[in-house]
Design a binder for this molecule. Structure first.
Ligand SMILES: Cc1cc2nc3c(=O)[nH]c(=O)nc-3n(C[C@H](O)[C@H](O)[C@H](O)COP(=O)(O)O)c2cc1C
Length: 306
């Protein structure tokens, strides 16, 4: 396919075959001692380009601009396994906390754009990279989005107040509304009262920016891709001095009422998988995050009995 074109400079190629060895789709092979595109299934992962010691391969779909950052220096040197401090990495991961107290300070647009670029260093199923990013760059944009979410939950609460309807739906096997009523209704009612009364923002916690991560239709693993990019953004945000918080309420509202996407220019066929509130944090912790006990299960292997 044209968009997955690979250019190989046969004068530079020394026939080492490393590109063919790392190609996940068998697109490249050695023909008469030189690398050649012999298959049609490339998904432009760029492994061949990255492994070539001669710099002989160019994967046309890769946009170098996506690896250039404005707010920090991006080192293009590949780190071999084991060459990064695990201790430093885990400290970063455990130091990221969901921030529920942001200052009024706006986030620079360049930082938000860099966060998107960091997000897309994540893996994606068949390298489809079908993720989408919508930036809400100001407190005004976040507040406007919050109005749509608040309106959705206002309507949901009104419906959930109808006891007979809830019970009827539960009886016919649709217990979702009843579960919402018992799990969230009261909390949401309180939050809406504070939002409309004092303007207290218990949804976005006063964040001054947000990024919505979605997927275009047709991706093989849309939610997984979007959420992997999301985790990259959360970690990078912390390293850049920003606080972040996933806003599941906003995702839930958009899943139930995709019309919320329209004013933001998000096509209805795009699914939104994560909403990240971002801003400068107004909270300080004394130590890293602890977690509940988890016990992994082992499977040591056995002969299958079919
Ligand atoms: C899918 C998902 C949705 C979440 N939604 C919200 C939310 O709507 N509001 C909020 O304040 N925190 C939300 N959180 C944050 C979690 O409460 C938080 O991750 C958890 O308490 C662990 O704390 P930590 O992130 O500081 O480690 C969400 C987290 C995840 C993973």
């Amino acid at each position: 396919m044209e968009e997955n074109r690979i250019n190989i400079d046969s004068d530079l190629c020394n026939g080492c075959g490393l590109c063919a060895g790392v190609c996940p789709t068998g697109t490249i092979s050695l023909v008469e001692g030189k690398a050649a595109v012999s298959g049609e299934d490339s998904f432009s992962c760029g492994h061949c380009e990255a492994v070539c010691p001669q710099g002989a391969i160019r994967v046309m779909a890769i946009d170098e601009e996506m690896s250039r950052y404005k707010t920090f220096t991006g080192d293009q040197q590949w780190l071999p396994p084991g060459k990064f401090s695990t201790s430093a990495l885990v400290q970063l991961m455990a130091s990221r906390r969901s921030c529920r107290c942001f200052t009024d300070q706006p986030v620079e647009r360049a930082m938000l754009e860099d966060l998107v670029k960091v997000g897309i260093t994540a893996p994606s199923g068949t390298n489809s990279q079908s993720w989408t990013f919508t930036i809400l760059p100001t407190r005004k944009a976040v507040t406007s989005f919050a109005e749509y979410i608040a309106s959705y939950f206002g309507r949901l609460n009104t419906t959930a107040e109808k006891t007979l309807l809830r019970l009827f739906l539960r009886l016919i096997g649709k217990g979702e509304l009843d579960a919402y009523y018992h799990g969230y209704y009261r909390k949401v009612k309180e939050a809406l009262k504070e939002w409309h009364g004092e303007g207290r923002d218990r949804l976005f916690h006063g964040s001054t920016a947000a990024i919505l991560i979605g997927s275009k239709p047709g991706a093989s693993c849309p939610a997984e891709d979007a959420l992997l990019a999301t985790q990259n953004i959360l970690l990078a945000a912390h390293s850049m001095g920003l606080g972040s918080c996933l806003i599941g309420y906003a995702v839930a509202a958009m899943k139930k009422d995709p019309s919320i996407q329209r004013p933001m220019g998000i096509p209805s066929e795009e699914g939104i998988h994560a909403v990240i509130a971002l801003g400068y944090p107004d909270e300080v912790y004394q130590r890293v995050a602890g977690r509940k006990k988890v016990t992994p299960r082992y499977f040591e292997g056995q002969q299958p009995r079919f």
